[in-house]
Structures are given as structure tokens and as C-alpha cells.
Design a protein around this ligand. Structure first.
Ligand code: PGA
Length: 246
């Protein structure tokens, strides 16, 4: 994957109806700063609305999660193949809410990411430590396991999002030192696993006021944004900040 590009990805979680998704997309311009890839992860039920409001706008999108099988008797699940048919190029895998609330393991993460790659989708794989793990100096051990078990057998066509669990939705952003140290570790580790250059995004309470300092860090290739991606104004501001960082 190219690490010369920068990414700004919106994780809408379980927010925005199709109507709200269409309204959001109507606020997006046709083009974004060069070298900035803009991504939207709507809820599955609003994916078609995002897809159909894309017109000629240069953003990409994908599911926040999907099932391993693409069709069959799996009541209530979502198919990566259908997401692809709707124009998705991406899928978010292993978000901490999937791991903690829905019991997803590194094994599931790997299986879903492999399936995505098999279908030609790009997995954005989320990793991160809890507060307890950080406070007991286990951050790097946790990340090592998540990377070693989550990435086996994958090609380099993926993106990693480092999201410390304690920074998600809390307003408590990781310090620039913490981010730089972890991102450098992730880049080194993915390389030692035999992968090519992998973009590493930061996520966890990213807002227009803390984004400029973070995007200046050499190891930060962009952001995965929850809360601040719901309002087109703050999302566009983040895109602008990342565009100016080059
Ligand atoms: P947040 O969420 O920006 O609201 O902290 C980030 C995420 O969960 O991806």
C-alpha cells in the first residue's frame, strides 16, 4: 500500500440513517486535497445511501464489519460481496467495539481480513490496548499479539488503525510521544512479518484541535475518526488539516 498518501476515514458506528447519510454526502466536495484518501464507513443499512450519493465525488467507502461467508443461511449477517457490488473498496476489521462488545478475536480478525483481500477489498485492521494494559506496561505485548495473530497470511494490501481503547470516544487523546512510539513499532513489526510498507492511522478522540500536532508525526499516515466524523464541518476540517500537512 502507498504510504505517500494520507487517509481520513469516518467511522459512523451505529449512527446516520440513509437520509442522514445522503445529507452528509451532499456537503462533501467533488474533490479533496491531492494525496488525501477520504473514506466513509457507514452502518450496513446506510451503505447503499452512501454509495448512491457518491456521484462523481472522490471518496471511498466500506462496511464496518461483515460475515466470513458471502451468502447462505446466516440470518442477520452482512456480505462483503454485496458491499463490493455496491462499490465498496474497504472494510473495517477488528474495531475495539467488535472485540469487546461482540467477542471478536484475533483469529476472527485475520479470517475476515483474508476474506476481504480474497474479494479484492482492502481491510483496515484496528488494534489497540486497554487502559489497564497500558498502565501495566503491556501495550507492546498486546500489540505484538494482535499483529502476529491478526496478520498471518495477509498480503500487504491493508491499512492498520492504531486505536488505544482508552482514547476511543473518551475525549482523551494519546500524546504525540505515545503515538509516535507505537506507530514506529507497528511499522517495524509489520516489516518483520514480511509485509511491505503499511499505512498506519491513528484513531481515538481525533478532533480538529488535536489533529495538526498528530498528523505532523512522521509515522502517522492519517486518522480513523468516530465522533468528529459525524458533523460534515469537523470532518471537512480534518481533511483540510491532513491535506495541508504534506
Ligand atoms: P472517536 O472514535 O473518534 O469517537 O474516539 C474512533 C473510533 O472508534 O474509530
Amino acid at each position: 500500500m502507498s504510504t505517500t498518501k494520507k487517509y481520513v476515514a469516518a467511522n459512523w458506528k451505529l449512527n446516520k440513517s440513509p437520509k442522514e447519510a445522503r445529507s452528509f454526502c451532499s456537503h462533501l466536495p467533488a474533490v479533496f486535497p491531492e494525496q488525501v484518501e477520504v473514506l466513509i464507513f457507514p452502518s450496513a443499512i446506510s451503505l447503499e445511501a452512501v454509495s448512491s450519493s457518491r456521484d462523481n465525488k472522490h471518496f471511498q467507502f466500506g462496511l464496518q464489519n461483515a460475515y466470513l461467508e458471502t451468502s447462505g443461511a446466516f440470518t442477520g449477517e452482512n456480505s462483503m460481496a454485496v458491499a463490493k457490488e455496491l462499490g465498496s473498496q474497504w472494510i473495517l476489521v477488528g474495531h475495539s467495539e467488535r472485540r469487546t462488545l461482540f467477542g471478536e478475536t484475533d483469529f476472527d480478525v485475520r479470517a475476515k481480513a483474508l476474506k476481504a483481500q480474497e474479494l479484492g477489498l482492502i481491510p483496515m485492521i484496528c488494534i489497540g490496548e486497554t487502559l489497564e494494559e497500558r498502565e501495566s506496561q503491556k501495550t507492546f505485548r498486546v500489540l505484538e499479539t494482535q499483529l502476529e495473530q491478526g496478520l498471518v497470511g495477509l498480503s500487504s494490501r491493508l491499512v492498520i488503525a492504531y486505536e488505544p481503547v482508552w482514547a476511543i470516544g473518551t475525549g482523551r487523546v494519546a500524546t504525540e510521544e505515545q503515538v509516535q512510539e507505537v506507530h514506529a513499532y507497528i511499522k517495524e513489526k509489520t516489516q518483520s512479518l514480511g509485509l511491505g510498507p503499511i499505512p498506519v492511522l491513528y484513531g481515538g478522540s481525533v478532533k480538529p484541535d488535536n489533529a495538526p500536532g498528530l498528523i505532523r508525526l512522521s509515522s502517522v499516515d492519517g486518522f480513523l475518526v468516530g465522533g468528529a466524523s459525524l458533523d460534515p464541518k469537523s470532518f471537512l476540517r480534518l481533511i483540510e488539516i491532513v491535506g495541508q500537512s504534506e
